[in-house]
Design a protein around this ligand. Structure first.
Ligand SMILES: [Zn+2]
Ligand SMILES: [Zn+2]
Length: 573
């Protein structure tokens, strides 16, 4: 057989697979319509409900559009030489497309592959040849190579065919069947893929725990070893790392297989009122594109403070696909309300340059309140004093211990002009701590006649610690006088344990995934870390690629923090 014949043979095979897939999809529709078992009825009802509430084509269109748009954006920002190379690549792809090209995987972040689900491969496989699972890429977008990998190749293992066909007994196979048969059937996946990815997931769980310990140790040193006694066990390396139990391992695997290279889409989810959109689909997307079916809904309970004060910080019904700043997408796997516990959420700064992923065993309200309280306190302290904002916190050790995962988040908000603006809009008293450009300060001094207050050792001591303005900026005399008055007021209220500011919500919240009730902290945090790794959120403290995100993304801010701030009392010229 010549090379030409071989190619034709492959093309014929691919065509056959595509036709089979199409037939399967069609027969699936027919079977749903004709068979009326309770399971099918429930499925049909669910589907009808979904169709009533979500225009399927709209969401599918949205995903295609955003993918196209991103490619166009990339083209716009590419240097000419690179554009030429890209066009060449595109032409090569058109005749014919060999592989799906991930949107979020580039040269600089290729090491993410180590934490993605894959088809089984040899240890000698080169890093750029790792066969990603691509479970969330629909067959209509996959290239022929991807399709062959998904449907035509037979993966062997971990058991020999005579054991698999029950011609020979095997204790190990019985154990495997007992633990994983339901998953294999529900996910419609080869045991070899389960086996291979269980190994990957186990290594990720171990790596996460080691990184967490390294992080805790680093933090303890930073915190001059002042760690509350109850928390000391966190920083000691145990001899044995924790393991997920069998039930959690299966849940973890189901999540892991669907945290794909560009998109999290857990189409097989069956807990908390979620239901697969198709009983035939399994873990691999068929020809239909991913579909958004669940959203965040207000619980509307009288006692719920979140529903009581309608807040715009939670992305609700209108935006149900979350797009991270690096282009990674997440589609919610379950319906969520303010009362749902065990969630993974994301926070996006209004500046649109930084985001964060967190998780909680509690519900969203508790997270919002905690971040609001600590974030505003941190803002207050950063604006008025150049000393460590932790230093003046009422209970420094506990704050540092309990909030250590959020430090970059608070650091960013206190140095982001967009967030400072939000804070000032509600707390105009603080605008004396926002330096002006030299010209603005001159205008301010010319227009405002100030009455100097008597010299006070107390407030002068505080004024010495006000942060030095960045280059090109200064405080006007009027601002300095206001600062003096501010510190006098602060001294007065300190004894009353009041705050000088009204707290503001800085970040936009979005819930991206829900875990089953009673899931362990280890499973929740490992999944959170996986998301932080693939969404490349710059405000997390570490992710699977690095023990310290500073190494990858540098400081959690990069602009002049006081530029373009609009003051409540505009200067007259
Ligand atoms: Zn509510
Ligand atoms: Zn920001």
């Amino acid at each position: 057989m010549t090379g030409e014949d071989g190619r034709r043979e492959i093309q014929r095979d691919i065509l056959r697979i595509m036709q089979q897939l199409q037939q399967e999809d069609e027969s699936q529709v027919r079977s749903v319509a004709s068979v009326a078992t309770p399971l099918h009825q429930q499925y049909v009802q669910q589907q009808q409900l979904v169709r009533q509430t979500v225009p399927e084509s709209d969401d599918e269109l949205l995903l295609i559009l955003t993918q196209r748009q991103q490619q166009e954006e990339n083209m716009d920002t590419m240097p000419a030489q690179q554009q030429h190379h890209f066009q060449q690549q595109q032409q090569q792809q058109q005749q014919p497309v060999e592989n799906y090209i991930p949107l979020t995987l580039k040269e600089h972040n290729k090491d993410r592959c180590a934490y993605l689900p894959t088809f089984p491969y040899l240890n000698s496989c080169k890093p750029n040849e790792i066969p990603l699972l691509l479970a969330n890429v629909s067959t209509s977008i996959l290239g022929p190579n991807d399709l062959t990998r998904r449907y035509a190749t037979c993966y062997e293992g971990p058991f020999i065919p005579i054991i698999l066909s029950d011609q020979m007994n095997s204790y190990m196979y019985d154990c495997f069947k007992r633990d994983f048969n339901d998953l294999i059937e529900r996910l419609k996946i080869n045991p070899a893929i389960i086996d291979f990815n269980l190994g990957r997931l186990r290594r990720i769980v171990e790596r996460f725990q080691l990184l967490q310990m390294v992080f805790s140790r680093r933090f303890t040193q930073w915190n001059k070893n002042n760690i509350p006694v109850y928390a000391q066990h966190d920083i000691n390396f145990p001899n044995n790392l924790l393991k997920l139990n069998e039930i959690e391992l299966k849940i973890g695997l189901e999540f892991f297989l669907q945290i794909d290279v560009d998109l999290f889409y857990m189409k097989t989810c069956t807990f908390l009122n979620a239901w697969p959109r198709s009983l035939d689909e399994g873990v691999f997307c068929k020809s239909h594109l991913p579909l958004v079916r669940y959203s965040f809904q207000a619980c509307e309970k009288i006692s719920c403070t979140l529903c009581e004060s309608p807040s715009t910080i939670i992305q609700s019904d209108s935006c149900r696909t979350h797009r991270f700043l690096n282009g990674y997408y997440a589609i919610l796997n379950c319906p969520v309300t303010c009362q749902t516990k065990n969630i993974i959420y994301t926070l996006t700064c209004p500046c649109g340059e930084y985001d964060f992923i967190g998780s909680t065993s509690s519900h969203i309200l508790e997270v919002i309140e905690s971040i609001r309280e600590n974030g505003n306190q941190y803002m207050h302290e950063t604006l008025i004093s150049a000393n460590s904002p932790f230093g003046s916190h009422q209970d420094t050790n506990n704050f540092l211990h309990n909030q250590k995962e959020f430090i970059r988040l608070y650091q960013h908000s206190a140095r982001c002009a967009k967030v400072i603006q939000l804070f000032l809009n509600v707390n105009p008293d603080y605008d004396c701590f926002i330096p002006m450009t030299y010209e603005q300060a001159m205008v301010d001094d010319r227009n405002k006649i100030i009455e100097l207050s008597p010299v006070s050792d107390f407030s002068d001591l505080f004024i010495q610690h006000v942060p030095i303005p960045p280059k090109g900026y200064m405080f006007s005399n009027y601002q300095q006088e206001k600062q003096r008055k501010f510190f006098e007021k602060l001294h007065f209220i300190k004894s009353h344990d009041e705050k000088l500011f009204t707290p503001v919500d800085f970040y936009n919240f979005s819930v991206i995934a829900v875990l089953p009730e009673n899931c362990s902290t280890l499973l929740r945090q490992t999944l959170e870390c996986l998301f932080a790794t693939h969404a490349e959120t710059k405000l997390n403290m570490f992710n699977l690629r690095t023990k310290d995100t500073h190494e990858l993304y540098a400081f959690p801010y990069h602009r002049v923090w006081c530029e373009n701030i609009i003051r409540s009392s505009p200067m007259t010229s």
